[in-house]
Ligand binder design. Structure first.
Ligand code: GMT
Length: 375
């Protein structure tokens, strides 16, 4: 099969899922063409059967905003025609589903099937803005198939858009060999003394991630376990406020802001606990990656997180804002070696059982085959 994939190329989860999916499809012998405005952060352009086509977005003095969606539709048309794409799979509805629909219209009668994967704020925030709601619904209705990354996201989509079509749920996935526990949790000495407990948070530091809660939880735990350290990976608008809060609390020396680093796979297994206190999360891919590394997760009962984290078994979920509760859970588990090992084991086992890449790639392939077989 020849598959086009469009995604946001930045560090966000939707781009990561799209890129990993493309790599896996290529390993299975399919030809995969990425179409984006920049090279997706995890894309390996040297991988066999993977190609990258950049969208160039010309500016013109008349355009206060360059029409990216049109440039993208044109690039999709061009690649579909010259590479013979069967399916165009877009990740994140806006504007990708609309551009793909336009490309298909431009290509007619040459066929191109469009599959849209909904990831989160394309439904829960951006898609609900009155400026985008009707066109998001249109993009969903005109796709040949639509998938959502969790039951929660599917239900919100049905509620908000009342689409005319079915929505399949295909959860995000991990490669358990890549996301694997460390033989020994030893951080470089510059971060922590041997035996210190390590907390980790990875995100784009947007308000939805509640990064100040990460600091609050850590501060409470650190009062009881003073050698603990917190690693904050990523960057975004809330980072200055989080840094300021650390200074105010006098814990800046124990909190390391590492910025956007591609080395997350190396850092994740070294953590003792992963903290993701988002107030809305359609899935929470990083929480899955943590559990696959045997790292239990602290989070809130929000969005799709309860589908990813089994409360009390692979981590702890509390009502949004309950930093005291999560700090108490962290202390309880970190001071009981037997319970910690059990939770760590279950985290990895459940990640492999429910979210293994091999099983879930098959579900995407089945959808491609279904849309290709449809009239
Ligand atoms: O929707 C977003 O906020 C952006 C998107 C992204 O590109 O990071 O994140 C969403 O997609 C991820 C991959 O499917 C999910 O793991 C995230 O939970 C989801 N983010 C939200 O729902 C806030």
């Amino acid at each position: 099969m020849k598959i086009g994939i469009t995604c946001y190329p930045t560090f966000g989860g939707s781009g990561v899922v799209a890129t990993e999916l493309g790599h896996e499809l290529a390993k299975l012998g399919h030809e995969v063409h990425f179409i984006a405005y920049a090279l997706p952060s995890r894309l390996d352009v040297f991988a066999p059967r993977v190609a990258y086509h950049e969208v160039s977005i010309p500016t013109y003095p008349l355009f206060p905003y360059a029409p990216y969606d049109l440039a993208l539709a044109t690039r999709m048309t061009d690649v579909a025609l010259h590479e013979g794409l069967d399916v165009m799979h877009v990740h994140y509805a806006i504007p990708h589903a609309i551009s793909a629909h336009l490309a298909r219209e431009m290509l007619a009668p040459h066929p191109l099937r469009v599959v849209t994967t909904l990831h989160g704020t394309d439904v829960t925030i951006v898609g609900q803005d009155r400026s985008y709601l009707p066109i998001t619904r249109f993009g969903i209705d005109r796709s040949d198939a639509v998938t959502a990354v969790s039951e929660h996201l599917r239900n919100v989509t049905l509620d908000v858009f009342q689409p005319k079509r079915e929505i399949d749920v295909i959860p995000n996935f991990i490669d358990p060999e890549r996301w694997a526990p460390a033989a020994e949790k030893t951080l470089p000495n510059c971060f922590a003394p041997a035996g210190a407990k390590t907390f980790l948070h990875v995100s784009n530091f947007r308000p939805v991630k509640r990064v100040l809660d990460v600091v609050e939880i850590f501060d409470r735990v650190r009062k009881e376990l003073p050698s603990s350290v917190l690693l904050m990976v990523g960057d975004g608008p809330e980072r200055p406020a989080a840094e300021e809060l650390c200074r105010e609390k006098g814990i800046a020396g124990s909190v390391h802001f590492l910025g956007n680093t591609p080395a997350i796979e190396k850092i994740m297994p070294l953590a003792d606990l992963y903290v993701l206190p988002s107030n809305s999360e359609s899935f929470g891919l990083s929480a899955l990656e943590a559990q696959s590394c045997g790292v239990p997760v602290l989070g809130y009962q929000a969005g799709g997180l309860p589908e990813v984290i089994e409360n009390g078994e692979t981590g702890f979920l509390r009502p949004v804002g309950d930093v005291d509760g999560l700090a108490g859970d962290a202390l309880a588990i970190l001071t009981d070696g037997g319970c910690y090992r059990e939770m760590s084991r279950k985290s990895r086992e459940r990640a492999i059982a429910l979210f293994n890449v091999d099983a879930l790639i098959g579900k995407y392939l089945a959808i491609y085959e279904r849309v290709l077989a449809s009239p």
